[in-house]
Write a protein that binds this ligand. Sequence first.
Ligand code: ZN
Ligand code: ZN
Length: 347
Amino acid sequence: MKAAVLQAIGSPLVVEDVPDPEPGLSDLILRVGACGICGTDLHMSENSDPNIGWRMLQPGCVMGHEFAGEVVEVGRQIRDDWRTGDRVTALPWIGCGECANCQAGRGYRCQNVINRASAVLPGAYADYCRVGGGEAIRLPDSVSFSEGALVEPLAVGLNAVRRARLQAGDRVLIIGAGPVGLTVAMWCRFFGAQHIVVSDLVPARAQRSLALGATAVVDASRGDVPAQAADAANGPPGVIFDCVGVPGSLQLAIDYAAPDARVVVVGLCMAGDHLFPTKALVKELDISFSFVYRQEDFATVLHLLGEGRINGAAMISDRIDLAALPEAFEALKQPNKQIKVMFEADN
Ligand SMILES: [Zn+2]
Ligand SMILES: [Zn+2]
């Protein structure tokens, strides 16, 4: 099969022939219908620092963890549960299925987890990919493969908003209008926040959040974000999401927060950072960190997509085929106006 391979850290992807995936006893093989390009893949493909506090990619890997597709092969142990032709999305990892973390839907904490984009579990920037039967979930008929591929980033946003313990009437400030910031805006809207202000250094990026749930935008390049945000929301923000994840962005969130605010860090900062804890202490901020999602979040998001109660398709800003994926991936490393670029097999 063809796949877009990361031959070396920091180098462009190359579409080449790789071995077809083989199903383990409890695995499914999917023909990939769609796979979103994710900022995490962009960051990790360039990161060669082993001290990021998370795993590092190895040369020769295939990324792509936001996908949906059609089952073309079913592992021998799970043939009562799955059929070829089933349309599914899946959690990106494969857990042991038996430990307390797996049972709690947190396979990413499993001691024996197999991570995607590893040598044994290539990702879905490819014609086919392997998923765990225990991690797969069927798409409702009304949900396309591309919408199915949005379940993962939407689940990231859902988990972040849960961490914020959002309440109706909250004044929210979202720092960063990338895909994560936009999904967070969408869920803040869904859960009834009164003011949802999105701030970005690029005004055009902030503007597009208005179609996805934001009630106002702030042009951070004009400076004094707290005053602009308070203006837009009739008061200082009580909930702040750091959806940027670069050195200094958490400090900004702390600086912008009202006393007693909840700060949720969602952006993945791949470098050491320096901050002034006292600034958070005197405001008695609740700072929490949000990482991925629980398995049940996938089911929740899929249900809401299937019922048309959330609109994921508004996030898709471009659709490409596999041959165009390396060029699109490189383009996303530069400043751009894309939200979610979707690789679609039938494009
Ligand atoms: Zn992602
Ligand atoms: Zn486990």
